[in-house]
Design a protein around this ligand. Structure first.
Ligand code: HGY
Ligand code: MN
Ligand code: MN
Length: 429
């Protein structure tokens, strides 16, 4: 614990250590994985439990009281200078996609812990409490639903949500129970907006803009809205050698045409991106005409109207393809999150911090989804992006530099020190 009680001077002697400490911890955290030779950490799995234990230990070292809520979110709390003060939420997610990079999500949790640790080191208390949140389900890879932890805090987990089942038929409720959580407690996690100052997340950009601008950090203006669907096409099985081409009801050929229609729709619509990341032919065989396929759709836009109009056009196009080919198509939405704007007061606080570092405060939208999509219904949100090499993410090639992580961590500490609850409240109106 530092002896220097003067506000703001503690950073100098620890500046260089902050980035190095965060990078070392991220390398350590990456070992909590289901893959021996890669990083896969799905919600409510042993890898998630191991990562939760690790961040719990770091939060305790940083002077926080730590608990795990009913949705398995690890919550580290650093009290305010005065009791009854509002709470600022920091953090990100510790779940990953399959064969992931080690910075998506995890960076934001470890940087937030390091920022609180810098305050704790000099026994600084702020006019608000801080809670660092390590969410376990931002990616939504294991279950067809997602943002479970952040939706729970925003009071958005309704009946049926916990009935979502993974590929093995395990329900979210069952998985929470097996993880040692109480699914019945999830609906009671909703936070009081009046006691919540805002949510501020540090995250890798997952895009090329900051690298192109030559900047280590940027301020996010909005998070794109997203729809996720599972599309099922039913045709008719048949012998690959005996059924003439004109008499086939080939579910996979029809799906291929539907997938190309998705690509054409996105290429033809400004501000829209669309991805078919998975396609499967259950019980397919080399010499059987596919009777059934299932493919996923991920549709995103900063504009909800653009996204919804594109989805309506796609549904009509798919129906026409199905009719012409004598198959049926059913598109089931599993996720529909409206776009979320970041709060002016928090964006300005970040911009002032960036300017104090002598950097240009570049503002940019997020094409990737984040927990802020759910929390925007609870409180003002903001995000600080950190440059990542080539904009690569959701890949083991994901990487950031220690210097940029050092800038982001020092910036977060500085912004926390300058944040004033009353000015935030005024500017969020
Ligand atoms: O899919 C996303 O945008 C986020 O990485 N979950
Ligand atoms: Mn992420
Ligand atoms: Mn991600």
């Amino acid at each position: 614990m530092g002896t220097d009680r003067t506000r703001g001077t503690a950073m100098q002697h620890t500046d260089t250590a902050l980035g190095a400490g965060v990078m070392a911890r991220l390398d350590e955290l990456a070992r909590a994985s289901a893959d021996p030779d890669g990083l896969t950490r799905l919600y409510l799995t042993p890898a998630h439990a191991a990562a939760a234990r690790q961040v719990t230990a770091w939060m305790e070292e940083a002077g926080m009281s730590v608990r795990r809520d009913a949705a398995a979110t690890v919550i580290g709390r650093y009290e305010a200078a005065i009791p009854g003060a509002p709470t600022l939420l920091l953090g990100s997610h510790i779940d990953t996609v399959r064969n992931a990079g080690r910075y998506d999500g995890n960076l934001g949790v470890v940087v937030a812990i390091a920022a609180v640790e810098a305050l704790h080191r000099t026994a600084e208390r702020l006019p608000f409490a801080i809670e660092v949140l390590a969410f376990g389900d931002e990616e939504g890879v294991r279950f067809p639903v997602t943002l479970t932890g952040s939706r729970a805090l925003a009071g958005l987990v309704g009946p049926g949500f916990l009935e979502a089942r993974d590929a093995d038929g395990v329900s979210l409720a069952q998985a929470l129970t097996e993880f040692g959580c109480d699914p019945a407690g999830v609906s009671a996690l909703a936070r009081d907006p009046a006691a919540t100052l805002g949510y501020l997340e540090v995250h890798i950009e997952q895009g090329p803009v900051l690298e192109d601008a030559g900047l280590p950090v940027g301020i996010v203006t909005a998070i794109a809205g997203a729809s996720r669907l599972v599309v099922t096409v039913e045709g008719r099985a048949g012998h690959a050698g005996t059924v003439p081409m004109t008499l086939r009801r080939d579910a996979l050929a029809a799906s291929a045409e539907m997938v190309l229609a998705v690509e054409a729709e996105a290429l033809g619509t400004p501000d829209l991106v669309a991805t078919v990341g998975q396609i499967e032919v259950p019980r397919g065989a080399v010499n059987v005409i596919p009777a059934r396929t299932r493919f996923s759709l991920d549709l995103r836009s900063p504009s909800d109207a653009v996204r919804h109009a594109a989805l309506a056009r796609l549904r009509a196009t798919w129906e026409a393809i199905a009719a012409r080919r004598g198959v049926t198509v059913e598109a089931q939405a599993s996720y529909d999150e409206p776009a979320a704007a970041c709060a002016p007061g928090l964006m300005d606080a970040l911009a002032e911090g960036v300017a104090r570092l002598g950097l240009a405060p570049l503002r940019l939208p997020s094409g990737a989804g984040h927990d802020g999509l759910a929390l925007a219904g609870l409180c003002p949100i903001a995000m600080l992006f950190v440059r990542c090499a080539g904009g690569l993410s959701h890949s083991p090639a994901e990487s950031v530099t220690q210097a940029d992580v050092d800038v982001a961590t020092r910036l977060l500490v500085d912004v926390l020190r300058h944040l004033r609850p009353d000015s935030l409240a005024r500017s969020s109106l």
